[in-house]
Design a protein around this ligand. Structure first.
Ligand code: HAM
Length: 422
């Protein structure tokens, strides 16, 4: 039996085929996400993978609603797998805003589900790094999140030659739409057309715009003018002050497809234009109020970064680090009469925190050595008798003899064998 289309199996390295997904690569990405978020002072949260359907139908916007994995549960509740994290975050935060000092800086790494047409960079499940700030209306918070987004990608060794954050403003588009005679009820449809401009046939976009009273030329002119609003100039100055100016540019082609955005919005793309968006986000100042039916009203903003495009990009740029297994010690059992003593040693090494392997069954010593090398073990440990061991550094091949109780200390200290008395 095969897995469902658009859902991934993650294998440990070495992966079985070139296009298999690597759990080690996933872990490398998650560890980097966590590391950068924590350096920026963000705290981790999580929520349920299933929510009431209403949470999305009322708040996310048509595009995502059309992609919901929804069903009626056994208690006759209309529910959906989460297609994004932001409504859950808004619900959770709105329920307990009093318990937390503002601004709230939280991050999460949820698995999300969207019933999308499967294509390059888009699957039916993905993991998404979400970082959000709640309770701060100043643009300093928008800049802080953009800096976090940039630094997360830099921590994966991507440079300003690899990606750019395209910064735009819903407010600027709102003004354009309002000043051009657009009707409030059509605003979302208008944003959707702009969001799809780069992917849609221009004639189709032109027709759709005409129905709302706009022309494609008018829209393109606005995009090309590219002048930063005061808001955006403020964010740019903040990002430049951090020395990150090369990573960002104003680009009004960005507007974001989701309905709830209210202010500055942005997306990160690879500079060669080979992939879909790596990340996207912005300000959504009314969502908490909407989700809590007015009980909590705090400004909020954040971004989401998916693992799918990111993994493809890292592979494309040769930025995937060596990922195979690595062990601290392999305990070789050359003499089966020492198996119990060796098990005692394995236990001791593991208890001191060393990743340790050994042969489960009687195995020829040369096979054991081969296995130790395959597993990338740093040390090969062999008991000579119940009190004495040989500890060999598998890289330098230098070996020393020591007492049983000293093995852990030697392996743990990772002392350079050259400095050991042989
Ligand atoms: P989004 O633009 O829908 O935003 O998704 C953010 C990122 O998740 C995308 O740029 C892409 O990398 C990845 N992504 C989205 N859908 C898929 C898919 N089907 N397959 C693979 N990757 C995908 C949001 O979800 C917002 N809730 C982000 C946010 C957080 N806004 C404020 N806070």
């Amino acid at each position: 039996m095969k897995g469902l289309p658009g859902f991934r199996d993650f294998y440990p390295e070495p992966i079985p085929t070139a296009d298999s997904w690597s759990l080690d690569l996933r872990r490398y990405i998650f560890d980097t996400w966590r590391g950068t978020a924590e350096r920026y002072g963000f705290r981790e949260y999580d929520g349920p993978p299933i929510e009431e359907l209403d949470l999305y139908t009322k708040k996310s916007g048509d595009e995502i609603v059309g992609q919901l994995y929804n069903f009626t549960d056994k208690g006759d509740r209309k529910v959906s797998l989460r297609p994004e994290m932001t409504p859950t975050l808004a619900r959770m935060a709105a329920a307990h805003t009093r318990n937390y000092k503002k601004p709230i800086k939280w991050f999460s790494i949820p698995q999300l589900f969207r019933y999308e047409r499967q294509q390059k960079g888009r699957l039916r499940e993905h993991f998404q790094f979400n970082a959000d700030i709640i309770g701060e209306e100043h643009l300093a918070a928008d800049a802080e999140l953009i800096a976090l987004l940039i630094d997360t990608l830099r921590d994966l060794n991507l440079t300003s030659d690899d990606f750019v954050v395209r910064l735009s403003s819903r407010c600027a588009w709102q003004d354009f739409f309002g000043n051009g005679g657009g009707q409030e009820k059509d605003a979302n449809d208008f944003y959707q057309i702009i969001d799809k401009l780069e992917r849609e046939d221009p004639a189709v976009s032109g027709d759709k715009l005409a129905k709302l009273g706009f022309s494609l030329e008018q829209v393109n002119e606005f995009i090309e003018s590219g002048q930063p609003t005061d808001e955006l100039a403020n964010i740019l100055a903040n990002i430049e002050a951090r020395g990150l100016g090369d990573f960002i540019k104003i680009d009004y082609r960005i507007i974001r497809g989701l309905a709830y955005y209210t202010g500055p919005v942005y997306e990160a793309f690879d500079k060669r234009g080979k992939f879909r968006a790596i990340a996207g986000g912005g300000r959504y100042d009314h969502l908490l109020k909407l989700v809590s039916s007015g009980k909590s009203d705090l400004p909020a903003l954040g971004f989401g970064m998916g693992d799918v495009v990111l993994a493809e990009l890292l592979k494309d740029r040769d930025l995937v680090p060596p990922l195979g297994q690595s062990l601290d010690a392999f305990v070789q059992i050359a003499d089966e009469s020492l198996r119990n003593a060796s098990l005692g040693l394995v236990q001791q090494l593991r208890q001191t925190g060393l990743a340790t392997e050994y042969p489960l069954l009687k195995t020829k010593p040369d096979k054991q050595l081969k296995r130790a090398l395959e597993l990338n073990a740093k040390w090969l440990v062999t008991l000579d008798n119940s009190t004495q061991a040989r500890v060999k550094n598998l890289k330098t091949r230098v070996e020393q003899t020591c007492l049983f109780d000293e093995v852990a200390r030697i392996a743990k200290a990772n002392i350079s064998p050259a400095t050991l008395s042989l």
